[in-house]
Design a protein around this ligand. Structure first.
Ligand code: WT7
Length: 647
């Protein structure tokens, strides 16, 4: 655990130590983060003030006028002393396909990529779209953008051409970096072809100037003259040093699109200074990293999500540790893959999502028991509340009851963990993310009045009372939306959109989203996005999408669809509608249930009663509650029968 001497309390108890340090960190957040910024990051020029602005006006800024470069802090700073240490330990789709890239090698290649991007016209302040498989180059391109002051917009390689086109249009990104194909679980993903489709759409016309293509499988792909560039040879021809652009602390490091309650994804924006500091400090604390960088740390998420940004790329490298990158799936070639990797690479810290734990747990204990998992020290979980059963399996079978389980609550917008147990210091409770991180001032609000609920044993919505360095500063091109979604619901507080309970010990239990956002296998999907994909199909006149409890995914997607007059329901139509959603968003958003219906339960004022739809999909039709305000109560039984027939 990392503790500062000056805060050392007069006790040996690590928990009391945490409590004391946390109290101090929120009593004066500027003092706390100001000192961290100086000790944890290298600056080209010091900052004038630690923090200014606030939630109320949405004008938060950290480390004002300070100049630094995130890539410098990730790579250059470690060359002396850790140059020969592995920075990226990569394992490809096949277990035999591995690569260890040292800090020195990584810096050289990142410099070459930086020079290649510059040679092609990429400039400071440009947005670079990255649509890549989990090859080491994805991290390197992110770092190269940071080095030259361009900001990246990574799109998870499971998104469809439509989704890519929307994001390219919204960000005005002139540059796209991709690969010929991806490789996952023995299957090939035609990434360049999907990019081609995206770039051919009206939304992208005239936007994209260049598309840089790495070879992953070396398949021959369409290369449009003047636009597409074979990137490996161009990169190899570059000088292996590129100076770092001195960035203002508040310059943009990256944007990342995420779903909200409207159909349009938000470009969540993170900054150079604040995000980097927050990624570094939370990484070090939550995973109890060794200062000398000797840990082998594995986060098996994808770089395309915030978890990958903060805890595969930036957090580990800012701490000079070895970060493991995984291209494949937990099921390939069999469901022992994770544990095989832990044994072979002697992984000390392993970070995954409850959905993966649940799906592996189904196969029993034989697979994990076959492997030597004694290198493990800390097991992290993220993405959704972990059910106590999965927590226990993770703790007992994977951790041999000998590892700390770190339940890390956070979101794309928070940049890094905001509630998590400090391993070894904060006692664990299966299913609770426990207590706030340093510098995070959490409160529980009464959702109706917005008043803080004092004391323990209370339930309401979660909010954060003071700015922290890693928080998002705006939604790209739509600051009003940023204010509306996060700052206005409870003026003076940041509102993450989650409900929670504070138990008798002051521990936080997240109860789930309180907005129209689904959490499917830890992926955030807006119900409105799915609905607009469905109503875009000529057979659907109205759609209501809701989540229902799903054993593996946490939440499944149920789509109630009112069909256009004259259209008959059929299995093939249901399939078509599922495909429509996959095409609009991506395969990870595929609906679990399509429920065609003649009508939906509406109130007399014409509002769909989602509460009723949720109960029906959850198989809890005996708990529908008051349905007396429905315009036509008979539709309820029709839907109950339909859902029963489907399940
Ligand atoms: C939403 C954020 C943060 C990376 C992964 C998802 C839920 C996340 C936990 C947790 C309970 C969690 C929340 C949050 N969530 N972690 N440990 N316990 N709920 O990032 O796509 O931005 O989604 O995921 O509902 O708001 P995201």
């Amino acid at each position: 655990m990392v503790l500062q001497d000056k805060y050392a309390p007069n006790t040996n108890s690590a928990f009391e130590h945490y409590q004391a340090e946390h109290r101090l960190s929120i009593a004066d957040t500027s003092a706390y983060w100001g000192e961290k910024a100086v000790t944890e990051l290298d600056w080209f020029q010091g900052f004038d003030s630690v923090q200014q602005g606030g939630f109320l006006h949405g004008d938060v800024a950290w480390f004002v006028n300070g100049k630094l470069n995130t890539c410098y802090n990730c790579l250059d700073r470690w060359i002396e002393g850790r140059g020969d240490q592995t920075a990226i330990l990569w394992e490809g789709d096949e277990p035999t396909d591995t690569k260890a890239i040292t800090y020195r090698e990584c810096l050289r290649k990142v410099c070459q990529i930086s020079n290649a991007l510059k040679a092609q016209g990429v400039k400071k302040g440009d947005c670079v779209t990255i649509y890549m498989p989990m090859m080491p180059e994805v991290s390197m391109v992110m770092l190269a953008c940071a080095r030259i002051g361009a900001y990246h917009s990574v799109i998870f390689a499971g998104f469809s051409a439509d989704a890519i086109a929307d994001r390219i249009e919204a960000s005005g990104s002139k540059w796209v970096v991709t690969a010929d194909e991806g490789l996952r679980g023995g299957k090939k993903l035609p990434l360049k072809a999907i990019c081609d489709q995206a770039m051919a759409k009206d939304a992208c016309r005239g936007v994209v100037e260049k598309c840089f293509v790495f070879a992953r499988t070396s398949k021959t792909v369409n290369m449009e003259t003047g636009r597409d560039v074979e990137f490996d040879s161009l990169v190899a021809a570059q000088r292996p040093y590129c100076p770092c652009e001195p960035m203002d602390s508040e310059d943009t490091l990256f944007i990342l699109y995420t779903s909200g309650s409207t159909g349009k994804p938000k470009g969540v924006l993170h900054t150079v200074g604040g995000y980097s500091l927050y990624a570094k400090v939370t990484m070090k604390n939550s995973f109890d990293l060794k200062e000398d960088g000797s840990d082998v740390y594995a986060c098996v998420a994808d770089a395309g999500w915030i978890t990958g940004h903060t805890y595969i790329v930036y957090g580990p490298l800012l701490n000079g540790t070895t970060t493991f990158m995984f291209e494949s799936t937990p099921m390939y070639p069999d469901h022992g893959r994770y544990w095989d990797m832990v044994e072979r690479h002697k992984i000390n810290i392993f970070y995954t999502a409850p959905t993966a734990i649940r799906s592996l747990m189904r196969f029993g204990d034989d697979a994990p028991n076959k492997y030597d998992l004694s290198s493990l020290r800390i097991l992290g979980t993220v993405g959704e509340p972990i059910n106590p059963e999965a927590w226990r399996w993770y703790y007992e079978v994977i951790g041999r009851s000998n590892c700390a389980v770190a339940d890390t609550y956070w979101q794309t917008e928070t940049g890094g963990h905001v509630i998590a147990n400090l391993p070894g210091a904060v006692p664990m409770k299966p299913g609770s993310c426990t207590l706030p991180c340093y510098g995070i001032d959490t409160v529980v609000l009464d959702p109706a009045t917005g008043k803080e609920l004092e004391g323990n044993c209370v339930e309401g919505v979660l909010a954060i009372k003071q700015p922290w360095p890693g928080m998002t500063r705006t939604c790209l091109g739509d600051h009003e939306r940023y204010l509306t979604v996060y700052m206005k619901p409870y003026p003076g507080y940041y509102f993450p959109g989650d409900g929670c309970r504070r138990d008798e010990d002051g521990y936080i239990w997240i109860t789930g989203r309180v907005d129209d956002v689904l959490n499917v296998s830890g992926h955030r999907i807006g119900t409105a996005e799915v609905e607009s994909a469905l109503v875009a199909h000529p057979a659907v006149s109205q759609a209501a999408v809701i989540g229902f409890p799903h054993e593996i995914k946490g939440e499944g997607i149920a789509c109630y669809c009112t069909l256009t007059v004259g259209v008959e329901e059929s299995d093939s139509l249901s399939k078509e509608l599922k495909t429509a959603v996959r095409t609009a968003i991506g395969p990870f958003a595929t609906p679990d249930l399509i429920i065609p219906t003649a009508s939906l339960p509406m109130t007399r004022s014409g509002k769909i009663m989602r509460r009723v739809l949720r109960k029906i999909a959850a198989g809890e039709s005996d708990q529908l509650g008051d349905v007396s305000t429905l315009a036509d109560p008979t539709v309820v039984q029709v839907l109950i029968d339909k859902v029963e027939a489907l399940q």
